[in-house]
Design a binder for this molecule. Structure first.
Ligand code: GDP
Length: 454
């Protein structure tokens, strides 16, 4: 009856308001949590930089660093020692070294920073998408060495692609680390030249100038990572922030705590010695408590939250922004896959076999026409889709319709399209819930478009 409906909706609203209060009570006094992803072209020096940063912060035990040095010396690759901190082999993982010394974590004066996806791997993009999905902010590492910056920045280089990807996934704050400047004798001219080129591009990609910071540094020598540089050639023209200071100055994006609960499942595994099974992922919006009844989508099966852990510590409640593992009961794990969405029973996520999306096209080899097959990436979901309608071409800046029903879409165009799927997926309009309304389209391992659900 209408009365019941009204009651239900009041109850929901109240529950959502209370979530914010609960959050303040539980977390108000803690350091703010920031999720950071490190992006950039292969060999730009991402691993070396982060390894060195973690070492300077005291997160890498001396003994372990010594071991890396010995091993890399043996192979005649001494300069790789820092990268090895992050480039762990499976063997080291199983021995639990990563867990022991907290290599995925570091602290700044005001933040507790989680490093998403140690970026040591060469085939980085699939991992990066996963990491960037959960990122609040990013460090873009570029190699300042003459010729190398240019190679990474060209079409096909990963600098552009990574930057566009993180922006389309909602990251708006960026630190550009102009790295390996030791190779260029700390030239201010080279630094400025790279900054000018990137500024122009990043603006086009949708970053605000005021939210992008540029720092000159060297991951190898450690210059300007944690401490201000002592290198005279750099000190003579730079006295701005260090990498750590920039990370500390990032604003933590507002968490969508007082919204309906949504969590995209990035992993499904067997719980340790418990009934039920475990899923992990980041809570996109809302909150979840132990004993809550929740809905698995798109299968729409109800299940119950048994345990919630954050960093292997059991908690009663978890909130938007938290990276969690949840033990659930009441459904068969074989009916659950990576990419599914766990949500509220009162405010379930809609299921769609067709969506409208506003996209920006980049990187297509042949123009997009009706019937174009793509892979839709939505949080951890990867779903085959067809571009079934080209509704309008839009002005990139204002979003006005330039042309209705265009015949094709080429690079750098902005458009309103329709996507169709073989089966229903759990997805929401950007205007309803920002956290659930961002998508990317990929073809043959390349991202060709990114956009919002309309
Ligand atoms: P990734 O692929 O981006 O993670 O790059 P790596 O961290 O593996 O570094 C690639 C190569 O660049 C290695 O040989 C490093 O020793 C070297 N390298 C990294 N950072 C610097 C730096 O700041 N200066 C110089 N000269 N070389 C660096």
């Amino acid at each position: 009856s209408p009365d019941e409906e009204q009651n239900k909706s009041n109850r929901t609203k109240e529950a959502l308001r209370n979530a914010r209060e609960l959050y303040e009570k539980e977390r108000g006094s803690e350091k703010e949590q920031l999720h950071l992803v490190v992006i950039g072209h292969v060999d730009a020096g991402k691993s070396t930089m982060m390894g060195h940063l973690l070492y300077d912060l005291g997160n890498v035990p001396q003994r372990l660093m010594h071991k890396y040095e010995q091993e890399s010396k043996k192979l005649g690759k001494q300069s790789f020692a820092f990268a090895w901190v992050l480039d762990e082999t499976g063997e080291e993982r199983t021995r639990g070294i990563t867990m022991d010394c907290g290599l995925q974590r570091f602290e700044t004066p005001t933040k507790q920073v989680t490093l998403l996806d140690a970026p040591g791997h060469k085939d980085f993009i699939p991992n990066m998408i996963c990491g960037a999905n959960q990122a609040d902010v990013a460090i873009l590492v570029v190699d300042a060495t003459r010729g190398e910056f240019e190679a990474g920045f060209e079409q096909g280089g990963q600098t552009r692609e990574h930057a566009l990807l993180v922006r389309s996934l909602g990251v708006s704050q960026l630190c550009v680390a102009v790295n390996k400047l030791d190779n260029e004798n700390w030239s201010q001219e080279r630094f400025n030249d790279i900054m000018t080129k990137l500024k122009q591009f990043l603006k086009q990609a949708g970053f605000k100038d005021s939210e992008v910071h540029y720092i000159p540094c060297s991951g190898l020598t450690g210059e300007n990572l944690v401490k201000p540089s002592t290198e005279p050639a750099l000190k003579s023209w730079y006295n701005g922030k260090t990498l750590l200071e920039v990370v500390d100055s990032f604003k933590v994006p507002e968490r969508a705590i007082d919204k309906p609960f949504r969590m995209s499942i990035s992993d499904v595994f067997k719980g340790v010695g418990s009934a039920g099974f475990c899923i992990s992922g980041r809570i996109a919006s809302g909150h979840v408590c132990v004993n809550d009844k929740v809905l698995m989508c798109p299968s729409r099966e109800q299940c119950v939250v048994k345990y919630i852990t954050i960093d292997d510590v059991q908690v009663q409640t978890a909130f938007a922004g938290d990276q969690v593992a949840i033990t659930i009961t009441g459904i068969d794990p074989s009916n659950v896959s990576v990419g599914f969405i766990l949500c509220d029973t009162l405010n379930p996520v809609p299921l769609e076999t067709k969506i409208k999306a506003r996209i920006i096209v980049f990187n297509v080899k042949t123009p997009i026409t009706i019937g174009y097959p793509v892979l839709l990436h939505h949080h951890s979901l990867v779903e085959p889709a067809i571009i079934s309608k080209l509704k309008a071409q839009l002005h990139k800046g204002t979003g006005e319709v330039i042309k209705k029903n265009p015949r094709c879409l080429t690079n750098n165009s902005c458009a309103l399209i329709e996507l169709s799927f073989q089966r229903a997926i759990a997805i929401e309009k950007y205007s309803e819930l920002k956290e659930m309304g961002r998508i990317m389209l990929r073809v043959g391992g390349t991202t060709i478009a990114a956009g919002l659900v309309f």
